[in-house]
Design a protein around this ligand. Structure first.
Ligand SMILES: NC(=O)c1ccc[n+]([C@@H]2O[C@H](COP(=O)([O-])OP(=O)(O)OC[C@H]3O[C@@H](n4cnc5c(N)ncnc54)[C@H](OP(=O)(O)O)[C@@H]3O)[C@@H](O)[C@H]2O)c1
Length: 459
């Protein structure tokens, strides 16, 4: 009777996107109907990758269970996998050697292991493809839908990455009941619009960085997700990598002594193409928004770790940069950040200047070199940190092993969802807002504004 175990959530009128390890729908069909669950849209048989519907309830004035009005429903991170909480404990504790108990225990493990979060991707560009490849290697997720402004591109992407549904509009994907979480992979100016629309349809939101062109937009996207009770994360994927966790641990542990200076760069060289999103101001072009957010977020993370906090925001931001003579976007730029705990950071970014994209953290007892701080281990494997202790002739090599970068991002998101968290701990909404504010101040220092933004961030 496994469906009885999910009673409280069923009473809330909720179902889940589940596909088992064989690609067979496990809930929403016979089991779901038996349990009184609404069938997935259309109710027809689907191809192997298809899954049952997932709907997250919207936050409403009365957020209480119909069956038990005293029980408050959970919103953020409603479990996508059904809970089968009692089977194992009852059988195994009453009858440890009982074969039936072991069988059910095994069924439970198999069932939970096979549950997947169902994803839809908005956009079919470069990072959309990279994320889809990562998702295919994730522990927790499966791609079910993709949307493009062009049906042909959606079809090609779906065929390449094994998505069951290909939509010719983004709206259609948001109406797709099989999609539980949306990954927004459009250029930056479209992020806030689609984050808000996704939230309004009850889809959890993993949004590419930066979430908006500025703090005002980022706030709007985050607020929309908060109000509708869906999980939100800005896709700074390197935050999900154990190397980043290790860096923060090293700082917290005092291995570097008192932190003084952080240097961070993310910069590359891309020839000028007026219509490319990186050079087009209407598409949010320029280095600060595209890659400057990485060293800024790393500096804020390290400054926070030094005082045992998840991040710290700078009290002082100054900057300089070179704007492209035709398009007006920042080709390369640098900023100095000052933090209340006496830490100073120098960060730089660029889209047409090849720089060494590394992070260095200097403390009173030594310094740490992070050779691959951001795009680290797309296929997984080993990465290294070099710890130079004062007085030691050779650096200590600290090796970190990890899975594929974007698979870990998808897993961090799903794990937070299933744990019932209201945010993904490695990249919280408050962290996003602090980062966006710093980028605003960096841009203001070099006089870079985007169309419609005006001269102040308040319009
Ligand atoms: N986290 C990371 O590692 C990482 C890496 C690279 C980029 N990013 C971020 O991801 C976002 C997309 O970057 P990308 O390099 O993938 O860009 P891209 O290759 O240009 O792809 C963007 C996609 O967005 C869709 N789109 C929607 N409105 C558009 C418009 N007005 N103009 C052009 N395309 C539009 C298009 O898909 P359809 O035509 O199919 O609708 C297009 O293929 C950016 O915000 C960027 O900062 C993140």
């Amino acid at each position: 009777m496994p469906h009885r175990m999910v009673g409280p959530d069923l009473r809330a009128g909720r179902d889940w996107g589940i596909v088992d390890r064989f690609g067979v729908r496990r809930l929403g069909s016979a089991l779901g109907r038996e349990a009184g669950l609404a069938p997935a849209a259309g109710g027809q048989a689907r191809p192997p990758m298809a899954v049952s519907g997932h709907r997250t309830p919207h936050r409403t004035a009365d957020c209480r269970s119909a069956a038990n009005p005293t029980q408050r429903l959970r919103f953020h991170g409603d479990p996508v996998r059904p809970k089968l909480p009692l089977i194992k404990s009852r059988f195994v504790s009453f009858c440890p050697p009982c074969l039936l108990g072991l069988y059910i225990n095994d069924f439970r493990s198999t069932y939970l292991m096979s549950t997947k979060l169902t994803w839809g991707i908005l956009g079919t560009g470069r990072i959309a493809g990279t994320f889809a490849e990562g998702l295919a290697r994730s522990r927790t997720g499966t791609l079910v839908s993709v949307a493009s402004r062009d049906q042909g591109k959606a079809n090609a992407f779906a065929a390449k990455h094994g998505a069951a549904h290909a939509h010719g509009t983004y709206e259609a994907l948001l109406d797709d009941p099989d999609v539980a979480a949306v990954y927004i992979a459009t250029p930056h100016p479209a992020h806030v619009e689609w984050a808000e629309k996704a939230a309004a349809r009850g889809k959890h939101v993993l949004c590419e960085k930066p979430v908006g062109l500025n703090l005002v937009e980022a706030r709007a996207a985050i607020e929309a997700c908060r109000l509708t009770g869906v999980l939100f994360m800005e896709a700074y994927m390197y935050r999900c990598h154990p190397q980043t966790v290790r860096i923060a641990e090293l700082v917290r542990s005092g291995a570097l002594g008192k932190i003084g200076l952080i240097q961070g760069t993310f910069s590359f060289q891309r020839p000028y193409l007026p219509n490319h999103r990186l050079y087009d101001k209407k598409l949010g072009g320029g280095g600060i928004l595209d890659v400057g957010g990485y060293p800024v977020s790393m500096a804020r993370l390290v400054a926070g770790a030094a005082v045992n906090r998840p991040f710290l925001n700078p009290h002082h931001v100054d900057g300089a940069g070179h704007l492209h003579p035709e398009s007006g976007v920042d080709v390369y730029a640098a900023a100095t950040l000052g933090f209340a705990n006496d830490i100073v950071a120098q960060v730089s970014a660029g889209i047409d200047l090849r720089q060494e994209s590394v992070v260095r953290i200097y403390g009173s007892e030594g310094w740490l070199l992070v050779p691959e701080p951001f795009v680290v281990g797309i296929d997984g494997g080993e990465s290294s940190l070099l710890l130079h202790r004062n007085g030691s002739p050779e650096p200590e090599r600290i090796v970190v092993h990890a899975g594929p970068l974007y698979a870990m991002e998808a897993d961090a998101f799903a794990d937070a969802l299933w744990a019932g968290l209201s945010e993904v701990p490695v990249m919280s909404p408050a962290d996003t807002l602090g980062n966006m504010d710093t980028l605003d101040r960096w841009r203001a220092a070099i006089g870079l504004h985007y169309p419609g933004e005006g001269r102040s961030n308040s319009d």
